[in-house]
Design a protein around this ligand. Sequence first.
Ligand SMILES: C[S@@+](CC[C@H](N)C(=O)[O-])C[C@H]1O[C@@H](n2cnc3c(N)ncnc32)[C@H](O)[C@@H]1O
Length: 281
Amino acid sequence: MIKSLNFIRDNLKNIYSDREIYFLYKIIFEKKFYFSEIDILLKEKKNSLKNFEIFKKIIFRLKNHEPIEYIISEKEFYNLKFFVNGSVLIPRSETEELVDLIIENYKDISNLKILDIGTGSACISISLGKNLKNSEIFSWDISKNALKVAKKNAILNSVNIILEEKNIFQENPIFFKENFDIIVSNPPYVRNSEKKFMEKKVINFEPEIAIFVNEEDNDLIFYEKIISFSKIALKKNGKLFFEINEVFGKEICKLLEKEDFKNIILKKDIFNKDRIIFCKK
Ligand SMILES: C[S@@+](CC[C@H](N)C(=O)[O-])C[C@H]1O[C@@H](n2cnc3c(N)ncnc32)[C@H](O)[C@@H]1O
């Protein structure tokens, strides 16, 4: 039996399934040692002691629940590669569904003006920029460090986006009156009370500011602000797209109705959870 495969199994068997362990094993060799899948088996025997020491350190990080994406500094999203570190949320597959929905809605339209609120790694902005030709994309985030990652990703993927350090709660929509065709946001939406049900790899490593709604008594604070902002900042017939916490679906729809948004649609993700809301001004 291969030494490193044994080592990873022994150390991670209480955290990951056999299948996950084999996936991690392959990905570490591929991304950290640049071995192809065939090379892994052929070269493993000749693998140097130095590599094994590096490998061991990686396994200890995984044992400590650190996400593999931060260890290899990479996450694939919508068929593109994104650099990630602890300053940004690791892009999720649910968010790919949100991106896909926007592209489906707008694939035949060019010269769109788009605003992505809480851009993080800029996975939404960059995937839209790659697929919606000639669109002008504004990507806002409160976190300086997230914006550094977003900039790196824009360069990595050769997409032009306009990155701006902004706190949405301090933005007055009057300055953006009827400015955007699309506003999209995947804001922080997890309640502090949900922390106890979450995996250690999320709560110990992903940025709190990206995940949790701080406001103790109003879980919908981001949605309320973005809805009132969009009411003014969207062009006539412009569309608002949200990723949501499954428990807030109906309440957010009510907020949108109250603000006179039309064609409000609540959509489930592939895991059958209410995850996306979109509507028209
Ligand atoms: C759930 S993450 C989404 C990141 C990325 N858009 C994605 O879908 O993977 C939310 C993002 O909102 C940013 N954020 C938090 N509070 C904010 C605020 N008040 N104004 C603007 N951005 C904020 C966080 O820094 C984080 O990058």
